[in-house]
Design a protein around this ligand. Structure first.
Ligand SMILES: Nc1nc2c(ncn2[C@@H]2O[C@H](COP(=O)(O)OP(=O)(O)OP(=O)(O)O)[C@@H](O)[C@H]2O)c(=O)[nH]1
Length: 385
């Protein structure tokens, strides 16, 4: 039990919370990573240090003032942890319950301080902390969603549940006479330290997980149209080709906007960009959920259609072509007619790599351009001869 003696615990607590506050400040101030949530975490760790300053800051204060101060700091720390969690989970709205619980808790502490009811102060704080912790656990469960790795969800929810349990245990203490032994007090202090560590580390894990997802997204998507980029298209085609070898059809629909240069030249680059987004919107509207859309570059796009025959893909291409023709872009009040040339190619078994079907679809785009544009040309389903 030596490790849990009060001075050691205070030191460990101050060191850990100091380092954690510095780490979050670095993330917020230098790396600009989730800055608001990170600053909230800095605040939470600083309040945890203040909560346990013990003889330092509060030397000479009455025991009533010390209890009121410590419990206010604990409440403020948990409130900031709950707010940071909501920010990290991007649960923007609905922070009112945190403000209400924290406000009511502070009000209770001030009232009891004024009435000199020392014993009631930790109980009021415990009720507020328990409610905040339960709210935090609920936020994790409702806000995590299927996109969040299960281990991160578990890591996030557990400390909030233990914190709530700790509050409930604290509420039960007066029933046993209210006296808390030094050992129990040190144990509770150590648990608080562990919980703060767990919450801080799990929120950092959440941040890193989000960052990795973002980087992955940026390396695989075209930033302007938010469609797959060339590299991601190549990966997807390879995957489809591998499935083709196991007997599952796939087809590619390539499209190249006709006379796109004219839009840029006559209406400006912004109109050209708007035209690209317009085309993406229309193509997406004509695809199924399982289909993917990518941008090969410039004004050339590729739709990847799994489990689709060449004939079915040709129908999809024709539908996109007709929709595009029927729905011109409206740019600053002006109608801009848009058409595109389409090349369709189905995946063939024994193609050495998926890139071959891309090249075949590309050949058909050139054929469509040569035959007068605004049309769909289809590569033969299988090689002949
Ligand atoms: N606005 C905008 N223009 C782009 C972008 N990427 C490429 N372009 C332009 O797209 C134009 C493509 O022109 P071309 O390759 O001659 O093709 P086209 O005018 O569509 O002619 P055809 O394909 O033969 O019908 C060029 O002027 C590029 O500068 C982009 O992201 N935004």
């Amino acid at each position: 039990m030596d490790l849990l003696d009060a001075p050691t615990l205070l030191l460990v607590n101050a060191v850990f919370n100091g380092f954690a506050a510095a780490g979050w400040a670095l993330l917020a101030g230098v790396f600009r990573m989730a800055p608001r949530a990170s600053w909230l975490m800095v605040g939470a760790h600083l309040f945890r240090i203040l909560q346990t300053t013990d003889a330092g800051l509060t030397a000479g204060w009455s025991s009533l003032a010390v209890v009121a101060f410590e419990q206010s700091c604990a409440l403020a720390a948990v409130c900031l942890l709950a707010l940071a969690l909501r920010r990290m989970l991007r649960l923007g709205r609905g922070r009112r319950h945190i403000a209400l619980i924290t406000g009511a808790g502070f009000l209770g502490i001030v009232l009891l301080f004024a009435l000199q009811q020392r014993a009631g102060i930790p109980l009021v704080a415990a009720v507020a902390i328990t409610l905040l912790a339960l709210g935090g656990a609920r936020d994790v469960i409702s806000g995590a969603g299927p996109g969040l790795a299960r281990w991160i969800t578990m890591l996030l929810v557990l400390p909030y549940l233990v914190l709530a349990g700790l509050g409930i245990v604290r509420l039960a203490m007066p029933a046993q006479g209210g006296a808390v032994s030094a050992g129990v007090s040190a144990g509770v202090g150590a648990l608080w330290l562990l919980l703060t560590m767990a919450i801080s580390v799990s929120l950092m894990a959440l941040l890193v997980w989000r960052l990795v997802g973002r980087v992955e997204h940026l390396t695989l998507r075209d930033p302007m149209t938010d469609t797959l980029n060339r590299r991601a298209i190549a990966d997807e085609v390879q995957l489809l080709q591998a499935r083709r070898e196991r007997g599952h059809d796939f087809a590619l629909v390539l499209l190249d906007i006709d006379h796109f240069k004219r839009i840029n030249d006559e209406l400006g680059h912004a109109a050209g960009d708007a035209a690209l987004l317009h085309v993406v919107r229309i193509v997406r509207g004509c695809l199924r959920e399982a289909d993917r859309l990518g941008r090969l570059g410039g004004e050339e796009f590729c739709a990847l259609l799994p489990y689709t025959t060449t004939e079915a893909a040709a129908q999809v291409a024709e539908r996109i072509r007709a929709t595009l023709q029927a729905q011109p872009l409206v740019w600053r009040g002006q109608r801009v007619e848009l058409t595109a040339s389409f090349g369709v190619a189905g995946g063939r078994a024994n193609d050495p790599a998926g890139e071959v079907s891309l090249a075949r679809a590309d050949e058909q785009v050139y054929r469509a351009k040569g035959e007068g544009r605004n049309r769909v040309c289809v590569a033969p389903a299988e090689a002949f001869g």
